[in-house]
Design a protein around this ligand. Sequence first.
Ligand SMILES: NC(=O)c1ccc[n+]([C@@H]2O[C@H](COP(=O)([O-])OP(=O)(O)OC[C@H]3O[C@@H](n4cnc5c(N)ncnc54)[C@H](O)[C@@H]3O)[C@@H](O)[C@H]2O)c1
Length: 265
Amino acid sequence: MTRSIPAPLLGKVALVTGAGRGIGRGIAHELAGQGADLALVDTDAGALAQVCDEITEIGSKSAVFVADVSDRAAVFAAVDHAASALGGFDIMVNNAGIALVGPIAEVTAEQLSTLWAVNVDGVLWGIQAAVAKFRQLGTRGKIINASSIAGHEGFAMLGPYSATKFAVRALTQAAAKEHAADGITVNAYCPGVVGTDMWVEIDKRFAELTGAAEGETFEKFSSTIALGRPETPEDVAGFVAYLAGPGADYMTGQAGLIDGGMVYR
Ligand SMILES: NC(=O)c1ccc[n+]([C@@H]2O[C@H](COP(=O)([O-])OP(=O)(O)OC[C@H]3O[C@@H](n4cnc5c(N)ncnc54)[C@H](O)[C@@H]3O)[C@@H](O)[C@H]2O)c1
């Protein structure tokens, strides 16, 4: 027996939402590195084009689709496009999400409905569209959703955001139970403090609301991490690739913390 370079996702097609930057981009890179072809979905066409070039450089095929995940029809169209452009459909990563920072006492109906439409409806539409395609193709597919440490613990000034991430865990558990008989698994990943543009925005908003200096809130949250450094998109992507791969075939309904040691469940 000889050793070979592992490419556990060779021949698989994965769709990643919010793939234009940050964690989604990191996940797309990692899945491509492990052999998958990639359908990249985001609202930002320019960012998608850039990531598409990067996936080609890694050596995988990719297709891009500009869509807002809160639009059910657009999510279904994106999945159709992925399957027809790349010749199959195996892995759905519902990664796109937005943040909202502010006290519960001041949140408006409009802020709440925008947040919920992207973070919760978007994941639900992604689950629906993926299940429909898996059934059509007879695929024992994998669905992987973005939750958070804030999906296990409510954080001050992040109350409604935390509620959306708790909701993602609820959908993950229920969908896992509903689709186990189809051979479809549904899991979630729960990052901690990842140094992406989202955290730049969170930090800025905390500064406006609390008078903290810029960068101070990011430092404060990061200082509680047992492994002693903030998280990178690559740290998240390694876990997502595990969930997408054959090593996780016997795992479903879970929302695993990948946070360097912040929240313990
Ligand atoms: N950054 C963190 O510390 C952290 C921690 C835990 C969980 N998360 C979650 O991980 C996911 C990715 O976070 P990130 O830090 O990479 O965010 P980010 O803001 O850096 O990137 C998000 C990407 O999603 C896209 N996007 C936003 N709304 C969209 C929509 N409606 N439809 C399609 N695309 C959309 C954006 O254009 C962007 O490219 C989110 O669900 C977030 O809640 C992030």
